[in-house]
Design a protein around this ligand. Sequence first.
Ligand code: OSB
Ligand code: MG
Length: 369
Amino acid sequence: MKIEKITLYHLRMELKTAFETSFGRIKTRDCILVEMIADGVTGYGECVADRDPGYSYETSGTAWHIYCDFMIPPLIGKTIDHPAQFQELVSWINGHNMAKAGVEMALWDIYGKQQGKSLMGLLGGEKLQVPVGVSVGIQDSPEALVKVVEAYLKEGYQRVKIKIKPGKDVIETSHLRKLFPDLQLQVDANSAYQLKDAHQLKPLDDLGLLLIEQPLASDDIWDHSRLQAEFKTPICLDESILNQRHARQAIEMKATKVINIKQGRVGGLSEGSAIHDLCQQHNIPVWCGGMLETGVGRAANLALASLPNFTLPGDISATERYYLEDITNEMFTLNPDSTVTVPQKPGLGITINTRALEQVTLCQQVFSE
Ligand code: OSB
Ligand code: MG
């Protein structure tokens, strides 16, 4: 693939409903769309970094800076044989995984189109439909939370994740559990606790949760191992796992019994699939996390989640759970069995709705020879 042209689009999209986590509340979501042309074929990638540095130090602003000042200019005119090879070119850039992942995704899309193979086929995925759940933000009251969850259950979601933070945790989760005793339920704290106050969460251990996601700080794999020793419920790491090495170390430390894989957080689909393989060897189940993606990133997540060791439902909800109008012509819908169908057309299997894209583009930048 000889890279001829790259266009970056900074997008801001209105969410259908505000999304609140322990690190903040958003009503609009930012991301960067990477449009790449190589050998005359156009591919797309989504950089999932958000506007604010709450989940990660990366933001749409830092990704834009890394792209324009370091990553993209040297790529123009370069030839890359396989998408994973791109990582060698950017390994000198410390971190900035989400920025790297956005470009790698576009390369996979082009590569798939050239080979006439879907991303699922290229990655070695097996499931044509993947089980999904919904990630529910922090609500104003336990009653409000129940209403929101009820509506999603009515839509057919069979697994629910709720966001928690200190003061909005045990009461909310217990209330929900009492009303829905058989629901596949899990919680996500987004690093809101410290080991010394995590004993507050102990009552959650008797609620039959699928897992407790990222209770402690992202750089605190060791303390997660101390917490896991006190909990029978699996601890699941999200923010802490930025690469395969972190995954291995967390497994060795017994800090995690389940891993959330997000291609953006780990620097791309190739690293995400490598973490999948490592976890499979260690009998650690994985699931696909989400970053409120557009249809572009959603297509990539579905392909990744089709790999065999993605045995827990992913945060890959239907398009209509997030946006009134997406930037892809393809809408992802929920099947009656709480699955979403994995795209089978070459590459990501999506096309861009250029009118919708134009409406949500804040600015764009073109790089070419
Ligand atoms: O921690 O999983 C998270 C969204 C933005 C940042 C972090 C997280 C999330 C979600 C949303 O939970 C999952 C989705 O895309 O539906
Ligand atoms: Mg999470």
